[in-house]
Design a protein around this ligand. Structure first.
Ligand SMILES: NC(=O)c1ccc[n+]([C@@H]2O[C@H](COP(=O)([O-])OP(=O)(O)OC[C@H]3O[C@@H](n4cnc5c(N)ncnc54)[C@H](OP(=O)(O)O)[C@@H]3O)[C@@H](O)[C@H]2O)c1
Length: 292
């Protein structure tokens, strides 16, 4: 397929690019300097001349707390950006692949502790989550041949060269070298996901015609506190990790207490689940060693 990859310089985009090429696709990588997705005219000017089959939107406004201060900017990138892409893709007969987030689930599942499925009704809270859910809806409403994939807590080696907003693993490794004790939130359960594994899965998904909404994370679930402890254990860093609550941490934006996503629909389409989170973390720490 002929693919435009928007957000090619981000964490996920950087892992998608080589995998798409390896799978035999012709890829035009587009960085923020090449395209502003919130600008409908520019989107058309950049994409219209390209012979395409598929547009992948891995670009987003990901600054969850800052989105509370600048909700209009977050909405223009996370909602109007995908709307611009969806309209153009529909008009051109292109497929659209769009990424969304577990943060659309701000509530509590019934029964509590049941991973969220694609048919559950989202309850987003905060500027980031609301804009991302609106972006999903625009893609679903405006582009008939779409994939929308919700994922969670991404970490990819592109963060080592400053891509995107960084990631939790790199933050813990930096803090773990600076301090002997850390306080980490222990009442948010989700599944942090390696962009390397996610990119492998997404390349398999785009090669199908199974359009629709999917959940895609590594397997298993954990709290950020548990994740931090495992990072330090694998990195041989002696850090005492104290569990704290979301309220004690005091971030500006709301974070879901439970945003574990049920990945069975995707697994049935691509032939199996993404790797377990332990394996993903170990793989990430091994591969980042080549860059530092
Ligand atoms: N990161 C997470 O923990 C997480 C969790 C759940 C879902 N997701 C979703 O997964 C997707 C990929 O996330 P990621 O972590 O790979 O993101 P990332 O590393 O922050 O990369 C996003 C890329 O988008 C570009 N970009 C930002 N605004 C843009 C705009 N208005 N027009 C065009 N390009 C723009 C950025 O370029 P500049 O840096 O040059 O601005 C950046 O290269 C996003 O849809 C995100 O919402 C991420």
């Amino acid at each position: 397929m002929r693919v435009a990859l928007i957000g090619a310089n981000g964490q996920l985009g950087s892992d998608l690019l080589p995998r798409l090429k390896e799978a035999g696709h012709e890829v035009v990588p587009l960085r923020h300097a090449d395209i502003e997705i919130a600008d409908a005219m520019q989107v058309a000017e950049v994409l219209n001349p390209l012979p395409l089959d598929l547009v992948i939107n891995a670009a987003a406004y990901n600054l969850v707390d800052r989105a509370e201060d600048e909700p209009d900017i977050a909405y223009s990138v996370n909602a109007l950006g995908p709307r611009n892409l969806a309209r153009l893709c529909e008009a051109q007969g292109w497929r659209l692949f769009h990424l969304s987030t577990d943060y659309v689930f701000g509530g509590v599942p019934d029964p509590p502790g049941r991973p969220w499925t694609e048919s559950d009704v989202p309850q987003p809270s905060g500027g980031y989550a609301i804009g991302k859910l609106a972006g999903e809806h625009f893609v679903q409403a405006e582009c008939s041949r779409h994939f929308v994939v919700r994922t969670c807590g991404l970490y990819g080696v592109a963060a080592l060269r400053g891509a995107g907003k960084g990631n939790f693993v790199e933050t813990m490794l930096r803090l773990g070298r600076e301090r002997r004790q850390l306080r980490v939130v222990d009442d948010q359960r989700c599944t942090p996901t390696a962009t390397a594994d996610l990119a492998d899965a997404l390349v398999r998904l785009i090669e199908t015609d199974a359009f629709g909404l999917y959940h895609a994370t590594n397997s298993g679930s954990l709290t950020w506190c548990e994740f931090a402890r495992e990072i330090f254990r694998l990195a041989n860093l002696e850090v005492e990790v104290t569990p704290i609550t979301t309220t004690e941490f005091g971030a500006k934006a709301h974070r879901p207490a439970f945003s574990v996503l049920d990945g069975r629909k995707l697994a049935s389409v691509i032939g199996g689940p993404l790797p377990d989170w332990h394996e993903a973390l170990a793989g990430y720490l091994a591969s980042r060693g080549k860059f530092v």
